[in-house]
Design a protein around this ligand. Structure first.
Ligand code: SF4
Length: 423
């Protein structure tokens, strides 16, 4: 209730009354001329159904997987006819577990290469339970150069608590296979703030990821997931996650440990070593999402495909875009959307900020306040998020952004074509 009232007040102050905070039923979108775009492809299949999982995923089924791949290829074709052969600056394949369809990923990537001008990296998510030398070889042959493994922990106790379908030995072996395959970057996701987990346990997991050779580590707390999924999960397990002060302490220790070991912070949760590319699924500005439940962000609109895998297959295969919901964005909202994601990446280029927003007084006051509170520091070229700032951006994400995502995802997972979802 308090979060709702605070959200409404902040929204009113920042973006005014003009912005409607609701997704409404939409069948088609006017796509303006664009010269480049990021692409996201969602593969919703998993061999294991993790208890806490909030993502749009279904159990792997060979027949469904074949029909789904055809639908994805059809959706790509439809975007080609709307966008033309423009530049694709990055391709991110997430899920679910995309490597459940390793052979099909090769076909999908090939189709995107043929239809667009691929200039950026190709990133794929995977899970230790679904990775072996054969899969890694196929991914490399398909041109994948960034791999992200959802390790979550190298400790059997926590893997059991999370209901993952592999043990610590398999997690180590999969991570080693990935690292030795010479991708441009291997990211390992590790979770913290797990029930019963101490800071020493978290540091042990980080040490193991570093020892194996992760180019990037993304460490995020369990409660980053939308409330309903975590709430359901915690009720099932009858456990509590750490309170905010312990979480703050854990985050600081993770941050300091990784910095001391030569990693630099590249997003609120992500730390990379050396000059390997930054690996992030969420910070692209303009992108099109393909697949069931995929979101797209065009200049003035955010829209979502139907979450139902069956409905997605039926509509996309019949030559129509499977768009279910859209929310128009006013210039004010676009401004804060852009700022949020730049801060999520932990810095803002001062020249870009000036070019985009000129002498925006409200923005100047906000940024001045952030500096006074020690959330940012500035030099001539950039505004950088401090360690404290990164932690509070994370809180903001939990209490506001994930609250929105939770509402939309929960409703869209229940009903394939909802009329309206208020956020
Ligand atoms: S592997 Fe990932 S997407 Fe699949 S059920 Fe587990 S958490 Fe969800």
């Amino acid at each position: 209730m308090i979060v709702d009232a605070a959200t409404k007040t902040i929204r009113l102050i920042l973006v005014g009354k003009e912005q409607e905070f609701a997704f409404t039923r939409t069948e088609s979108i006017d796509i303006p001329p664009l010269s480049q775009i990021g692409l996201y492809v969602h593969i919703p299949f998993c061999r294991n159904k993790c208890l806490y999982c909030p993502y749009n995923r279904v159990a792997y089924d060979e027949n469904l997987a074949g029909a789904y791949t055809e639908a994805v290829l059809s959706e790509i074709e439809q975007y080609l006819s709307k966008l033309g052969k423009i530049e694709v600056t990055s391709l991110y394949i997430g899920g679910g577990t995309p490597t459940t369809l390793t052979d099909e990923l090769g076909v999908i990537i090939e189709s995107i290469r043929e239809k667009f001008v691929m200039s950026g990296d190709i990133c794929v998510e995977t899970s230790p339970g679904d990775l072996n030398e054969d899969i890694v070889r196929k991914l490399k042959e398909a041109g994948v150069n960034l791999l992200s493994i959802g390790v979550q922990s190298f400790d059997d106790t926590f893997l059991k608590i999370l209901g993952r379908d592999y043990d610590a030995a398999q997690a180590r072996s999969a991570a080693k296979i990935a690292v030795s395959a010479d991708f441009r970057s291997v990211n390992m996701d590790l979770m913290f703030a797990l029930p019963g987990q101490t800071t020493a346990d978290v540091l042990d997991d980080l040490k193991e990821a570093l020892r194996i050779g992760a180019n990037q580590v993304t460490a995020y707390p369990l409660f980053t997931f939308p409330y309903s999924s975590v709430g359901r999960y915690l009720r099932t397990r009858r456990v509590k996650t750490p309170g905010i002060f312990r979480l703050r302490k854990m985050y600081r220790e993770i941050h300091d440990f990784l910095i001391q070991n030569g990693y630099e912070r590249v997003s609120v949760w992500g730390f990379r070593k050396g000059d390997s590319p930054r690996y992030s699924s969420v910070t692209r500005d303009i992108y099109v999402g393909i697949g069931a439940g995929a979101g797209s962000r065009l200049p003035a609109v955010f829209y979502l495909n139907t979450f139902s895998v069956d409905d997605y297959i039926a509509v996309a295969s019949s030559g129509r875009l499977p768009i279910a919901l859209a929310m128009d964005m006013t210039p004010e909202l676009m401004k804060y959307y852009w700022l949020y994601w730049r801060f999520y990446e932990t810095y803002i280029d001062s020249r870009q900020l000036r070019e985009r927003f000129g002498n925006d007084v409200k923005l100047k006051v906000m940024l001045g306040l952030a500096r006074l509170l020690g959330l940012t520091r500035e030099d001539r070229n950039q505004i950088e998020l401090t360690e404290r700032g990164a932690f509070y951006i994370h809180l903001l994400q939990n209490y506001f952004i994930l609250n929105y995502i939770d509402r939309v995802w929960s409703a869209a997972m229940k009903e394939p074509w909802p009329d309206r979802i208020e956020i």
